[in-house]
Design a protein around this ligand. Sequence first.
Ligand code: FE2
Length: 187
Amino acid sequence: MDSRVLDAFVSRATAIVHARLQPADCVLALAPLMLDLVDRAAAFLDPRHFRADPDHYARHLVHAEPDDSLSLYALVWSPGQWTPVHDHGSWGVVGVLEGVLEERSYVRISCDREADDGIQLARGGVVLLRQGAVTGFVPDPDHIHVTGVPAQRTRAVSLHLYGRAMDSYNTYDVGAGTRRRVLVEHS
Ligand SMILES: [Fe+2]
């Protein structure tokens, strides 16, 4: 494993994050770096980053800044594995290493962003991200979505960069109109 590619990426990404840009400017600056990182991921990922989990999609921590300003994960999606409906409370930049990652979005119709109940979500569009594709999002308004791989497709592997340590996020019960914070595990 050659860590120079990852070190260079983290160095440039950290400088962008510490410049305290608006989240939208942050993802604009980081998306091209992710595009390059996806092409060079073989240099710094090793077999453990590609390990699947039969019970749910697998999250492998690749890098976390000590000040919690940045975290990078490799996610492995076996066919039929999905996240819950969630938001991140952070900007994020995602790049696809293998397969097709599917993202289905939701739009919050109810106005009170602080409320944990009485939440009305409408189903939004879908994005199919092939190997090499990069997408980015910002937290305001909440970027609410489901990500995964339908059962009839092959597995996907993706890199996910966030503007904080992503150890918890909001999940939504669409039918009940509720939101709650849950811990998210990683290896
Ligand atoms: Fe997400």
